[in-house]
Write a protein that binds this ligand. Structure first.
Ligand code: CO
Length: 274
C-alpha cells in the first residue's frame, strides 16, 4: 500500500531523519513522559513504555511489528492531514496514519497541525490496548457509514471529545486517555488540575450534540468509565442515534444539562446541574 496515490501514504524513510530531529523528539518525550506518569491511564503508559521509543523518532515498521500480533494494527506514514474518507478507511482496516514530519524547535509548545509527536506519542500507545484498538477500527467503519448518512458532524464530536480529549475514571482517580492532551504539556495539567472546565460522565448522544473549541483548552472533558463502554456505545446501530441528535439543538462547549453526570462543575459553565 505504501506510496500508492489513493491512500495518501508515503514512505517514512526513517533513516533520513536528522540527528537534531531525534534530539528534539528525545526532549519532547522525556518532558511529557515525566508529566504523564501520574496523569495518563495505565493502559497508555504501559504500552508507550513497551514501544521503547524514548531515544529517538520511532521507526513505524518496527512498531507495526509489535502492534500487529497484539491488535492487528499497523502504522502508515502520511505527509499531513489525510482527506476524511481515506483516513476513515485506514482506521477501518486497522492502519493508523502518522504524520512523518516533526515540529521545529520553536514550535515545541504550539502547533497548528498534528506532527509525528502528536500522532505517535498521543495516539499509538492505545492502539496496543485490545479494547481501544477494536473501538478505533469500529469508529472508522462507522465514519464511512456516517458519510452516507450525512452524520459526520456528530460522529466527529465523539472523536474530538474522546480520542483527542477524553478522560477516564480509574481506581487511582481521573486519568487522561485523549491523544490531544497526551501530546500537550499545558493541557495535560489543565484538564485534571483546573477548576475552569466541566468534567462530565460519558454519554454518546450528549457528546454528539456538543460543539468544541479548537483554539483553546476544552471547556468540557467527558469521562469514560472504561474502554468497553466506549466500544459498546460505538458498535450499536448509530442511525437512530443520529436521528435523535439531529432533532435536538447543538450545545455550547461549556453547557451543563440537568441530566449530566457531573463529576466537576466548571467555574465557566453555562447552565446548572440538577
Ligand atoms: Co490526533
Amino acid at each position: 500500500m505504501t506510496g500508492s496515490e489513493d491512500d495518501f501514504t508515503i514512505p517514512q524513510a526513517w533513516h533520513s531523519y536528522a540527528e537534531a530531529e531525534h534530539a528534539l523528539w528525545r526532549a519532547l518525550y522525556a518532558r511529557q513522559r515525566a508529566l504523564l506518569a501520574e496523569r495518563a491511564c495505565r493502559e497508555y503508559l504501559t504500552n508507550l513504555d513497551a514501544f521503547d521509543v524514548a531515544d529517538g523518532i520511532p521507526d513505524f515498521a518496527r512498531v507495526s511489528r509489535m502492534l500487529a500480533p497484539r491488535t492487528g494494527w499497523s502504522l502508515v506514514a502520511v505527509p499531513g492531514i489525510v482527506p476524511a474518507e481515506a483516513f476513515f478507511r485506514h482506521l477501518a482496516e486497522r492502519r493508523f496514519p502518522v504524520t512523518r514530519w516533526l515540529r521545529r524547535p520553536d514550535q515545541i509548545d504550539y502547533l497548528e497541525e498534528p506532527d509525528i509527536f502528536h500522532d505517535f506519542f498521543g495516539h499509538v500507545p492505545l492502539l496496543a490496548d485490545p479494547v481501544f484498538a477494536r473501538y478505533m477500527a469500529e469508529y472508522g467503519r462507522k465514519a464511512l457509514d456516517a458519510i452516507a448518512l450525512d452524520a459526520l458532524v456528530p460522529l466527529t464530536r465523539l472523536y474530538w471529545y474522546i480520542v483527542e480529549f477524553g478522560l477516564i475514571r480509574t481506581a487511582a482517580g481521573l486519568r487522561i486517555c485523549g491523544a490531544g492532551i497526551m501530546s500537550s504539556r499545558a493541557e495535560s495539567m489543565h484538564c485534571l488540575d483546573s477548576d475552569l472546565p466541566n468534567r462530565i460522565g460519558f454519554d454518546l448522544e450528549r457528546i454528539m450534540r456538543t460543539d468544541y473549541r479548537i483554539d483553546a483548552f476544552q471547556e468540557t472533558y467527558f469521562v469514560l468509565d472504561g474502554f468497553e463502554q466506549l466500544f459498546e456505545a460505538t458498535r450499536q446501530d448509530l442511525a437512530p442515534v443520529y436521528a435523535r441528535v439531529k432533532a435536538l439543538p447543538d450545545l455550547p462547549a461549556n453547557a451543563v444539562l440537568p441530566g449530566d453526570r457531573v463529576i466537576h462543575h466548571g467555574t465557566r459553565a453555562f447552565g446548572t446541574a440538577a
